[in-house]
Design a protein around this ligand. Structure first.
Ligand code: HEC
Length: 652
């Protein structure tokens, strides 16, 4: 049934666009030049488009109703489910409005010729445009909530209207050119005027289509991985490629054929006729390509957008822009801009038949690309199909604790109990197992690690675990490996607030006097000081920390005191302030990754709003900070923007 739905959508888009295109052609391109014969043909085209639009729109509605109810199509119709969809859903309401528009258009088209004037043209254009633009509600734009949704909807409408004006008026243009061809004397001046006006309409529409397409891509694909890694994104790219081909054909028409329509000496006539048939053929080719685009649009509408599917990365490498100096990124942007300019000049010169200039433009383009690749070299990292998967298990204490158990079972033989790569099997391994606590671990995306844990590494020196561990287990073990490396890495931090990204503490839940809380929820208010102790802190220290929390410093600082030696879930009877929070054994195990025995009784971690460790103090390493230091550092930590997707830095 899905393929029927796609077909109905494609036909409906095409016919709605064709209908709007007829009126756009009459109103913007050909008003005074329409011969009665052309008028009749356009009228027939409009009728055919309207009838097709009504039939395909009806089929679309029935298929949607069947999909919503889960019933077969026949039952959907016989049980009156279509009526329910019409009345109860927004899709149905939009369809009712569109049905009214279709009736009005039918009435307009039935008016006898004598009644048709300018008002008729513009009225028809308005209603046909309404019929077309309201299709935006049936797409993804209608599903985006809030203000961005309104913008998205508006962008979609403009996009549809521009498509109608450009692609929809191609067939009327071809009809016009055919008429001119049959008339032995096409009337060169008229011809030129119409073609020029059409070109202006087409160029304007192409600009709008391009802008709307950019907005749409931004809303729906969202990222490069989503663009080239999902079916949705790849179809979108195919659509863009066809669009570019259409624009190229259009510019050839404009630049090469238009001048040949000029009235010249007597010998000009055959040349003119050749140009005429050329133009007509190109218009039909463009219309055919337009149909292909609409087929793609029909499929896109029923696929989940790129943002909502896991992108399978198709390339063996990826670009890690964060690894580049700002100057290199600026240079890349310049090369990219130059390459686009060269490509435009290349197409334009080709269209104008200036082949030497074209060759120069393409050669410059190749040089720009080569320079870009050279500049980007340090940022080119190997990549795998799963490189851009987001972890399916959140980076949080329960997952980390589960991962720790799995690690001991499956990984410690090679990578060692502490992850240094010195397990018992390391001696016999042909390649030394990696040190999983090295900063280098964070040069890989979680998706890279997922690929290796699933499929192995280094020709089987590390085995793959896809057959023996569920995906959730694999994500758990990855979360553990990353948390442990974060713990080791954070030990390198000192009392100064680090400006480069530092590894993140996993999210965890804890119990205070006021109930359940989580680290991430607390971080929404600002930086957090995480105090990890091996014994209940002294009353004096707690009073000091309490003063920090209540202090009227420039930035609020929340304090979480955790007693890692306390019995699970117990809480001090006589609650000091702030009292140590109660945590589960999983949380205790996870937080212990951020301490070493050399720290002495207390370790303090300053977390920025993304949960990254920015500074670290320990009793055994220079002592713990006083209230004044904390207030100052909290202010600095609060200035650090919280980027939601911090893979704990890109430290190489
Ligand atoms: C049979 C021994 C063996 C076992 C078992 C093993 N590994 Fe490995 N692992 C290796 C070797 C060897 C390498 C180094 C490959 C290389 O240098 O390309 C490696 C590399 C890695 C890397 C890449 C690190 C980097 O920075 O390049 C990760 C991540 C990793 N292992 C995780 C795990 C996890 C998680 C497990 C348990 C589920 C595990 N390994 C089990 C041998 C093993």
């Amino acid at each position: 049934m899905e393929s029927f739905l796609i077909a109905a959508r494609a036909v409906h888009y095409a016919s709605s666009i064709s209908l709007a295109g007829v009126f756009a052609f009459i109103s913007f391109v050909a008003i005074p030049e329409i011969s009665p014969r052309l008028g009749q043909r356009l009228s027939m085209l409009a009728w055919a488009s309207l009838v097709l639009a009504v039939l395909s729109g009806g089929a679309w509605l029935v298929f949607v109703a069947a999909q919503m109810s889960g019933q077969p199509v026949a039952a959907t119709v016989s049980q009156g489910l279509v009526a329910i969809v019409l009345q109860r859903t927004r899709f149905g309401q939009v369809w009712m409005v569109r049905a009214v528009l279709a009736v009005i258009l039918a009435a307009l088209l039935s008016l006898p010729r004598g009644w048709r004037g300018r008002l008729w043209n513009w009225g028809g254009l308005a209603f046909a445009a309404g019929l077309l633009a309201s299709l935006a509600w049936a797409g993804h734009g209608g599903a985006t909530p809030g203000r961005p949704g309104d913008l998205h909807l508006a962008a979609d409408m403009l996009h549809l209207l521009a498509a109608g004006a450009w692609v929809g008026s191609l067939i009327p243009l071809a009809l016009f050119l055919a008429g001119a061809w049959q008339n032995a004397d096409p009337g060169a001046r008229t011809l030129r005027r119409v073609v020029t006006r059409y070109s202006v309409l087409a160029a304007t529409s192409v600009g709008v289509l391009f802008a709307g397409g950019l907005a749409n891509t931004w809303f729906l694909a969202g990222s490069t991985p989503a663009l080239i890694g999902t079916d949705y994104g790849r179809l979108l790219l195919a659509k863009v490629a066809i669009f570019v081909t259409m624009v190229t054909i259009g510019s050839v028409n404009l630049l090469r054929m238009l001048p040949r329509l000029a009235p010249t000496a007597a010998e000009g006539a055959p040349r003119q006729r050749a140009a005429l048939s050329h133009l007509r053929r190109n218009a039909l080719v463009e219309a055919g390509l337009g149909l292909a685009v609409l087929g793609i649009v029909a499929v896109l509408g029923i696929l989940p957008p790129g943002l909502h599917t896991e992108p399978g990365w198709p390339l063996p490498f990826r670009l890690e822009l964060a690894a580049l100096e700002p100057a290199a990124i600026a240079a890349l942007a310049i090369f990219a801009a130059l390459a686009v300019i060269c490509a435009i000049i290349g197409v334009a010169t080709a269209a104008a038949g200036r082949y030497r200039a074209m060759a120069a433009a393409w050669a410059s383009l190749i040089i720009c690309v080569a320079a870009g690749v050279f500049t980007a070299r340090p940022a080119i990292a190997p990549a795998y199909p799963t490189s851009f998967y987001a972890p399916a298990e959140p980076y949080s204490a329960p997952s980390v604790a589960q991962g720790a158990r799995l690690y001991t079972e499956s990984c410690a033989v090679c990578h060692g109990a502490n992850g240094k790569g010195d397990g018992p099997a390391a001696q016999v391994s042909p390649i030394r197992p990696a040190d999983l606590t090295a900063p280098h671990l964070f040069a890989h995306t979680p998706g890279d690690l997922f690929w290796w844990v699933s499929h192995g590494k280094a020709n089987g020196a590390m085995p793959g675990f896809a057959a023996v561990m569920s995906p959730a287990d694999r994500w758990d073990v990855i979360n553990f490996v990353r948390a442990r490396a974060a713990g080791v890495l954070s030990q390198k931090l000192g009392p100064e607030i680090a400006t480069t990204a530092a590894p993140a503490v996993p999210d965890f839940a804890f119990e205070t006097q006021n109930g359940q809380q989580t680290l991430h929820r607390l971080l929404r208010n600002g930086p957090v000081l995480l105090v990890l102790c091996e014994a209940p802190p002294s009353a004096a220290r707690l009073a000091q920390l309490d003063a920090v929390q209540r202090g009227s410093g420039a930035a609020p600082l929340r304090v979480i005191v955790v007693d890692l030696a306390a019995q699970a879930m117990s809480r001090a009877e006589t609650a000091p302030s702030p009292p140590p929070v109660a945590i589960s054994p999983d949380v205790t195990a996870t937080l212990k990754l951020f301490r070493t025995p050399a720290d002495g009784p207390e370790t303090d971690l300053m977390l920025d709003r993304a949960g990254n460790v920015r500074a670290r103090w320990a009793t055994g390493k220079g002592g713990v900070p006083d209230a004044e230091t904390l207030a100052k550092d909290a202010y600095m930590a609060a200035q650090i923007p919280a980027s939601p997707e911090n893979h704990a830095g890109h430290i190489h």
